[in-house]
Ligand binder design. Structure first.
Ligand code: FES
Length: 161
């Protein structure tokens, strides 16, 4: 357990050190950790506090203020369904409902078996290919409810496709 925690801290420190912008602060460091791990563990709160010369309370205050930070590991796959204006006009609602039904969910979040995390997105930046979903940050355009359901159903536990 101690070795695991140290390995996690090592990834956190590397993520923080990889920041290239001139203004490195609590928020940018938390984002760097989120990009690397997909969540912000307790260890990251401590490491960010130490590296930015502030307190754990301050870091926690920043992290808990923003809704895009999560504090538990995400599912094995991240599925985002765009419901922005263009995707909405071209059928995103039906896609979203179909996928939610298949997963037995009523809203975005993690499946009970942690196989995937479903998120809504207000624009995945590929409107010309609407309706769009993304799986593990890979964009997939021109979806139908059938294609999206099929893609999601084939995602295997443990991160494999
Ligand atoms: S509105 Fe869906 S990709 Fe832009």
């Amino acid at each position: 357990m101690a070795a695991e925690s140290e390995a996690l801290r090592e990834r956190i420190r590397k993520a923080m050190a990889s920041q290239t912008q001139s203004n490195i602060n609590v928020l940018s460091s938390l984002h760097a950790v989120l990009d690397e791990l997909g969540y912000v563990p307790d260890e990251a709160i401590e490491e960010v506090a130490e590296s930015t010369g502030t307190t754990i309370n301050t870091v926690w205050g920043v992290a808990s203020f923003y809704t895009n930070f999560r504090f538990t590991p995400p599912g094995d796959h991240i599925v985002e369904i765009c419901w922005g204006p263009t995707c909405h006009l071209l059928g995103a609602t039906i896609i979203l409902q179909g996928v939610l039904d298949d997963l037995g969910m009523s809203d975005e979040g993690d499946t009970a078996d942690n196989r995937l995390t479903l998120k809504y997105n207000t624009c995945l930046g590929a409107c010309s290919q609407a309706p769009v979903i993304s799986v593990d940050h890979r964009l997939m355009g021109r979806q139908t409810v059938e294609s999206a359901r099929s893609i999601v159903s084939q995602l295997k536990p443990g991160g494999g496709h």
